[in-house]
Every structure is written in C-alpha cells, then in structure tokens.
Design a protein around this ligand. Sequence first.
Ligand code: FAD
Length: 540
Amino acid sequence: MSDGSTDVLIVGGGPVGLSTALFLARKGIRPILVERRPRLSTIPRATGLHARTVEIFRTVGLEPAVQEAGMKIVGPGAELDLVRAGRATPLVMLGAQSLADLHKSFVMEAHDVDYDRFTPSWPIWCGQDHYEPLLFDAAVEAGAEIRFQNELVGLVQDSDGVTATVNDNGTPRTIRARYVVAADGVKSPVREMLQIGNRSNGVAGNFVSIIFRAKVDLPDTAPRFTLIYLMNQLAQGLLLFIEPGRWMFGVNYYPERGQSPADFTPERCVELARIAAGDPELEVEVESAQPWDARHMVADAYQSGRVFLAGDACHAHPPAGGFGVNAGIQDAHNLAWKLADVLQGHADESLLDSYEAERRPVGAATADQAWMLFRTRGQLADEDKAAYRDFVIVTMGYRYTSNAIVGAPADAELLPRELTFTGQPGSRAPHGWVDHNGSRVSTIDVLTEGWTLVTAPGDGTWLAAAQAVSAQTGLPIQALTAGPGGDLADDGTWLASCGVGPGGALLVRPDGIVAWRSAGPVEDQTQTLAAALATILRGA
Ligand SMILES: Cc1cc2nc3c(=O)[nH]c(=O)nc-3n(C[C@H](O)[C@H](O)[C@H](O)COP(=O)(O)OP(=O)(O)OC[C@H]3O[C@@H](n4cnc5c(N)ncnc54)[C@H](O)[C@@H]3O)c2cc1C
C-alpha cells in the first residue's frame, strides 16, 4: 500500500532527525519523518548543548525555550547566584567518591570560556527529553509530518528517487522520496542496508545509565559541578547532575567479568544511586536504566546515492567532551539548506557532495578527540598533546574545504590550534553586535536566514551585483551593508574582522559559513559573484 510521496523522508525521530525536519520545513520543504517508537524518548541522555548548537537553535527561534527548559553553563566560579538558584551549572568535572564526600573531591576538568568574545549564545545544560519536544513542536508547526510507530524496513533507489517500505503499526506501506536522511542512531539499520562500513577504535567502556530522582542537599560550601567521575570501591562511573533533584549515573559494567545490563535490577539501581549519593538511607525513585557503549565509530561514507546519514548513524563518540548530539545537529544544519537549494532548483545535485566532504572530516576528528579524552580521563599523554584541541574548537572552530567553498586556503587546518573567526572561507562567519532595523542584534542572527552578501556602506555596486545575480539565477540573496550607517551598523569593526576591506565583499551561506570573500575591489562585481555562486551551486 502506498502512502504518498515527499521530497525528503527522514528516518529517526531523535534530536538529529527532528532537527533535520525543522531545518527543512523552515526552508519550505515538507519532509515526512518516520520513527519506530510510539513517542519521543523520555530519557535525558545527551545533556550538554555547546555554544554553536545553541546558536543554531537561536537562528530558528528556539534558544529562549531551550534556555528556559535547561540551565546556562558557566565558568567554575561564575554566576554563583544563578548556580544556587538552579538556573546555571558550572562546567566542572570532579573526581569524588560520592556526593557526601565532595569536600574530598578534586577538579579533573574545569573550563572557563569567555563566550561573549565570539558568540551571542552560551552553552546550555538541558536533557534531551526537554529539548526534543521543543524541536518536535517547531518542526510540526513549520510543516513537517511526523509519524510514530513507523519503522523503515526497506529502501530501493533508482535514478529519480527512493522507494521506502515502512511498517506502519503492523501495516506495510511504501513512501516515495526524492532523498532520504537516515538519522536512525548508532546501530543505523539504513547504514546496514546500504552496506556502508565504518572505522572504529572499538568500545572504551560499557555502561548502564540510571536516571533517578532524589533530594540531595549539598552544603553551600560544596564545590559545584555538572559531572563527577565517581571513583568508589563499590561502583565506578559518571554521575551527571541533570536538573535539581534529577541525576544520571552511568555505571560501568564489565562483560569480560560476566556482567551484563540484566544485573541492573530495580533494587540494584536504588543501591547504586545510594552509593553515588553516599547516603544508604536516601529515598530514590529510579526512572530508567539503559545500557550504552562508549563507542568510537565513523562511517566510511555519509552518502550513498540519494541517501544521507546524519548524527549517530555516521559518527559515535565516547561521552568525553559531550560532542555526540552537537555534531549530529550540526550535520542536520549543514545538509538541510543544501537539500532545499537542490529541491528548489537553485543548485545542482553536485552541491550535495559537499555534505560528506565537509561533515565527515569533522565527524572523524570529533570522534578521535572524544576517544582520546575519554581514554585518558582528560590527563593527556605527551604524544596526544599535539593532536588535542579545546572542545570549543571541536564544536565551532572547524574549517570546511569542499566544492561549496570558494577560496579556502589550500593548507586550511580542519581544527586550528587557536579559536579565531576571521572570515576565512569555510569558517563560521564572525559574531559582532550591530544595530539592524532598530534592534541590537548579533550578526549571527542576520546571516543565517539565507544567502547573504555583505559589503561596506556606500558601495552600491556589490548590492547591484547581488540583485543582478539574483534576477539571473532566481536565487534569493540578501544584500546588506555593514559599518557606520549601514544595515548592520557598527564602527566598521565587524566587516574588518571578516578580512574585508574597502571595495570588498563577504558571501555567507545559509548555515552561517563564509562561502567566499573578496578582500578588496574587483573589476566586475556581477561576474565575480555569479562565478563564485556558479562554482558552489552548479559545480561550474
Ligand atoms: C543511555 C544513553 C546515554 C547517553 N548519554 C549521552 C551523554 O551524556 N552525552 C552525549 O553527548 N550523548 C549521550 N548519548 C548519546 C546521544 O543520546 C546521541 O548522540 C544522540 O541521541 C544522537 O541523536 P540521533 O538523533 O543521531 O540518534 P538517536 O537519538 O539514537 O535517534 C535515532 C532514532 O531513530 C529511530 N530509529 C532507528 N531505526 C529506525 C527505523 N528503522 N525506522 C524508524 N525509526 C528508527 C530510533 O528509535 C531513534 O528514536 C547517550 C545515549 C544513550 C543511549
């Protein structure tokens, strides 16, 4: 039985599938998402949303709601009032025996990042069970169709599209799609169907994540943290503060010693929660106990014909650095506008090749960083130090090189040593505060609505060039001036920070990545801009 057709079929209703649905729907595409579970997951799982992910949420209007549902992540000693009030949590990992022994704990990792320097968005600590419903509501409101209890069981590709077979609550149906995005998790049935192999360093640990509620009163003098590496003779693992009164204890188990998730009976989970708290009498309500592996994996390909892998389906990381869901949402953000531009006739399919070219190196580097950090518990060996990059660089400082970037330096380093935003093609466009239409906004807010060309005020030729290219190609291009009296009004600092001088221009993609720039004047602006866009969108 056929049940319609769609431009994009998304497989999997986790955070990455839901984000893909939202980003596509906002671009005017009406995707169908199939999820085999009957509802959204109620398990918090990935909790740390890095600044770039929050920026992306900001551009789709979700930052305030996610902030409200979670807590701001701050530096170790910062904003203690907010921390005490349960509105913020410090980015600190402690080593401790239990919550009762925090006075004997030691700091394993602490990060004090001055985010204001380069982003309008601070990271947020928020359980997946809180932000997935927000993504779901926003995606549906924007026009995505989401079908629960729909399990994808087969895929056949031809030159025009993909025919998917779905088990719809016991009834087999087919859905015809131009493209498929598989955000179906680390075991990705789609990756298996397509016989895409992977590179893996293996599993660095096996865990059962126990989510429990308990009222644990920490004295005011206790050190604050988001994460504890629990080193207790009775149980080892990672204890996460999820939200006031709610905890996640990822307890190690050892298959080589004959242990298994079945050992984690409800009684044993209560006992383990009490060990973590250091209080044998503590009242504990166990919500769930789920097994997971600290697995390293990078798929050999992110694309097979008309099918794309995103999120855990193509990269899995041990939890160190909290990269997993962030890398996945950024995959979705990278892919969605490309699919939309192709489907809306603004680009040839060659643009889609840039998804794997850009995101696979980032996925591989991210998995390698997480593996290194997890294996060493953050105590890097000398031979690892050269390869190590700060987590802010891993999550937002990467530089793409692909057919969708013009003018990236040939020796561009994927993860540079220093976090800098200089307008280099392939990097995220710099953030600056500017006055725009009577409001004080970040450039990030303005540069992510579509293709944008920015030049200095008074240089009408670039604006005319953008109009001419738009008229020739049908591609909407937002043309703005930046500087004193400009559409993005400041003292000229921001455009200069992008490496654009008088007579120059900056072209930014819909995902906020610099596509191309001209540092100074060129002879024929229209021809130059048209050529850059033709290279990116038409492979010309
Ligand atoms: C217990 C646990 C704890 C975790 N803790 C952390 C953490 O602390 N920090 C962190 O960064 N990450 C953590 N992770 C990992 C994090 O949850 C993932 O990185 C994130 O969920 C990836 O999102 P995703 O959308 O790619 O995949 P998933 O969230 O796995 O979503 C995939 C979805 O696809 C659906 N699906 C699969 N096959 C089909 C099919 N054939 N048809 C239809 N639907 C299908 C699944 O039901 C699922 O809903 C944890 C994971 C687990 C399991």
